[in-house]
Design a binder for this molecule. Structure first.
Ligand code: TMP
Length: 216
């Protein structure tokens, strides 16, 4: 059996992480070996980079270019330390965010040059690219409501990425829709504004044929 590389993408409040764990347990119940990972992070080095990017007290002055490189330093480590060996062993690898996040957040959100962003991504991943990507989107309004509600429950957990203004998150949303339009064979978009159970059913309807097709 060959490995399968799935990525989940989406804006803040789209419920990606919940959906990944529901889908992964269902696949495990069917006997598949599933590796769930997150970005930035997923390795000891990557988790330190994640801390620097999001929660460190000394990250206020981070430039967009440093952010781009740190996201991709974490990715370069994850690809070589975990993703490639797991795929070579025939595992299903499910990553909570991957390079489409860089295009959406650093390319569209921070407005870095898209050609430079793609070059850095290529340096980080080489030819390790997702077989399929599920894009869970909620409107910028719903995203903001869910983000603020979550921040209210975690008042001491500062997250530099969430300090951006509304225009940033609107550009991220636009970036994702452009990515989906450019790569319709790889990227499937789902409306994530429904209940967890509704989104779970929609995720499964898309993922189960991919697993059948791509792992046999
Ligand atoms: P999350 O794990 O809670 O989704 O947080 C990750 C944050 O990092 C989120 O705000 C999206 C952002 N991000 C980027 O800006 N670029 C990237 O390449 C990745 C992987 C994440």
């Amino acid at each position: 059996m060959k490995g399968l590389f799935l990525t989940f993408e989406g804006n803040e409040g789209s419920g990606k992480s919940t959906q990944i764990s529901l889908m992964a347990s269902r696949l495990r119940d069917m006997g598949h070996t599933v590796r769930t990972l997150r970005e930035p992070g997923g390795t000891p080095i990557g988790e330190e980079i994640r801390h620097t990017l999001k929660h460190s007290h000394s990250n206020h002055a981070m430039t967009p270019e440093a952010e781009l490189l740190l996201m991709n330093a974490s990715r370069a480590q994850l690809v070589r330390e975990v993703i490639r060996p797991a795929l070579a062993d025939g595992e299903i690898v499910v990553c909570d965010r991957f390079y489409d996040s860089t295009t959406a957040y650093q390319g569209y959100g921070r407005q870095l040059d898209l050609g430079m962003v793609q070059a850095i991504i290529t340096a980080a991943v080489g030819n390790t690219r997702p077989d399929r990507t599920l894009l869970l989107l909620v409107s910028p309004d719903v995203s903001e409501q869910r983000r603020l509600a979550r921040q209210a429950t975690l008042p001491f957990m500062r997250d530099r990425m969430e300090e951006a203004d509304r225009g940033f998150f609107e550009r991220v949303h636009l970036g994702y829709t452009e990515i989906a339009r450019a790569e319709p064979d790889r990227v499937q978009t789902l409306d994530a504004s429904g209940s967890v159970a509704e989104v779970q059913a929609a995720v499964w309807k898309l993922v189960s044929p991919w697993v059948e097709l791509l792992t046999t």
